[in-house]
Design a binder for this molecule. Structure first.
Ligand code: ZN
Length: 175
């Protein structure tokens, strides 16, 4: 799957969860691919979608971050990003390995997508739309908290953050 789609999926989900963690989740969502370059630079021969794409490896990292140790959710965001990458890759024809114990490929939903074709853009687009929808549906419950995707201009006005002129100029700008 292409990076733009990995980034869109991880970025949108994290923006709903914790906007400040988006950069780390995005870094993690591309990590299975760039870690291959790092390993290669370190002199190891790595075939694409092998060691850095173990589903079990990222799931284990995420469990570790959630249960054992983390620093301001940084490791959680990074590993969740990595896990989202390998799960998204498992939708494709090539699939991903579940873990180090087997060469067999793991496919989700039959692994029908082909990298670079429209399918993966649809998947990523659906994720982003779902996150925007979720955000729109829940934004009123969080009251004054920052919400991604939507700029709540009337609310900023009431909080005295902006003056009337700014509100008038921006009231129809929601994105
Ligand atoms: Zn990959």
């Amino acid at each position: 799957m292409k990076w733009v789609n990995h980034i869109a999926i991880a970025g949108a989900v994290t923006a709903v969860w914790r906007p400040e963690l988006v950069p780390l989740a995005v870094l993690g969502s591309t990590a299975p691919d760039w870690l291959e370059w790092v390993l290669q630079l370190a002199g190891r021969r790595v075939r694409h979608r092998t060691v850095t794409h173990y589903v079990a490896g990222w799931a284990f990292g995420l469990a570790f971050a959630l249960l054992v140790w983390d620093w301001h959710h940084a490791l959680t965001a990074f590993c969740a990003g990595g896990l989202s990458h390998v799960i998204a890759d498992s939708l494709t024809v090539q699939g991903v390995p579940l873990g180090w114990w087997s060469d067999r490929r793991f496919h989700l939903f039959g692994g029908r997508l082909r990298t670079g074709q429209m399918g993966e853009y649809w998947v990523a687009g659906a994720f982003v739309l779902a996150c925007i929808g979720f955000n729109a549906a829940t934004r009123n419950f969080g009251a004054s908290e920052y919400t991604p995707f939507f700029w709540d201009w009337p609310d900023y006005y009431h909080q005295g953050l902006i003056d009337g002129h700014e509100w008038k100029e921006n009231r129809f700008r929601w994105l």
